[in-house]
Design a protein around this ligand. Structure first.
Ligand SMILES: NC(=O)c1ccc[n+]([C@@H]2O[C@H](COP(=O)([O-])OP(=O)(O)OC[C@H]3O[C@@H](n4cnc5c(N)ncnc54)[C@H](O)[C@@H]3O)[C@@H](O)[C@H]2O)c1
Length: 311
């Protein structure tokens, strides 16, 4: 038998060992998660940062987690302008979910520890930490960015995810009668800017690349704990952060240009990113770990290409 044939046979044996039962009865499909029709995060306790912005990914995610049966959702932001209104709206729509508002800087270690401690004290568990708060920072060539400005972007966008993982992981490890074994999902919002160039300034892109790296390295440090860590990489989403771009395009009558670089040829709304956060936070993503999830209409799937400009 040739080497190649032996390799194919060995692979086949691994998938269906030669001595395995060839019983005609089909095996039961083994499942980790509950029914996929929802509620998909029933009973889970969720913390979300960057949840104040009315157009933002954080608020849209809080709604989805509540809609899907979360026991409690902590909506956190350093800007508290809309948090009370969001809480009232979510609790009216989804009365089974308890909503807590917290106003703090997502990169403040004591404050991050405090919100995690509160979840553990109140509910005895923490299941999801969606570290979503982020800032764009200066729009300037890198030679004109001061070190302090650079570090400020890194502090907000990276320390916030690091601290979320640092305090969430031990809390997710705790068990109670309602949660007999450790589990949890830590999600950081990165960006397509963290995958490669041309989607943000140097400090912003560097900070988002670091978020992806945190997901990769921490996932391995949490080996064997059943606590997963992933990064979401949004493309162009209409939120508080990008509203000026969308508004300017509307004012100029150039909305059809929005998202023209991705194959879906459009920008997205926050809910389209929140759907991925919900999936990653749910047990349906039970084998998804250490990954960077691009939610970008396909933008990062291609190389730069301009019709008629190949040569
Ligand atoms: N909108 C996009 O196109 C896009 C693309 C890629 C990545 N992102 C990322 O998505 C995340 C959510 O942003 P968004 O698009 O919903 O924008 P947004 O401006 O609507 O929401 C961001 C929220 O984060 C809060 N925030 C900022 N710094 C904070 C801090 N230090 N502590 C606590 N809260 C803080 C803001 O007050 C705001 O409510 C960010 O991390 C952003 O970098 C957005």
């Amino acid at each position: 038998m040739s080497d190649a044939a032996r390799r194919v046979q060995a692979l086949g044996n691994q998938i269906a060992p030669p001595n395995s039962s060839s019983s005609p009865s089909t095996p039961e499909i083994k499942k980790i998660a509950g029914k996929s029709v929802g509620p998909r995060v029933e009973g889970k306790v969720v913390i979300i940062t960057g949840a104040n912005s009315p157009l933002g990914i954080g608020r849209a995610s809080a709604h989805l987690f509540a809609e899907n049966g979360a026991k409690a959702v902590y909506i956190c932001d350093f800007d508290g302008t809309h948090l009370a209104a969001h809480k009232q709206e979510i609790e009216t729509l989804y009365p089974a979910t308890e909503v807590h508002t917290r106003q703090f800087d997502a990169a403040d270690e004591k404050a991050v520890k405090a919100v995690v401690d509160d979840a553990v004290k109140t509910y005895g568990r923490l299941d999801v930490f969606f570290a979503n708060a982020g800032v764009v920072g200066p729009h300037a060539p890198f030679t004109q960015v001061g070190k302090e400005e650079f570090m400020k972007v890194l502090d907000t966008n990276v320390s916030s995810v690091f601290l979320a993982a640092k305090y969430a992981a031990p809390a997710m490890h705790l068990t109670t009668p309602s949660k007999p074994s450790p589990s949890g999902s830590i999600i950081g919002t990165a960006s397509v800017a963290g995958l490669r160039s041309n989607a943000g300034s140097t400090p912003y892109s560097a900070s988002k690349a670091a978020v992806i790296s945190l997901a990769q390295t921490i996932a391995y440090q949490l080996s064997g704990t059943n606590i997963r860590v992933n990064a979401i990489c949004p493309g162009l989403i209409e939120t508080g952060m990008t509203a000026p771009t969308f508004e300017a395009a509307r004012a100029r009558g150039t909305t059809r240009k929005i998202g023209q670089l991705n194959p879906l040829k459009r920008g997205a709304v926050a809910d389209e990113v929140a759907r991925v956060a919900l999936f990653l936070g749910s047990d349906e993503a039970s084998y998804v770990n250490g990954q960077a999830w691009a939610v970008d209409g396909g933008l990062s799937a291609g190389h730069p290409y301009v019709l008629g400009k190949m040569a």
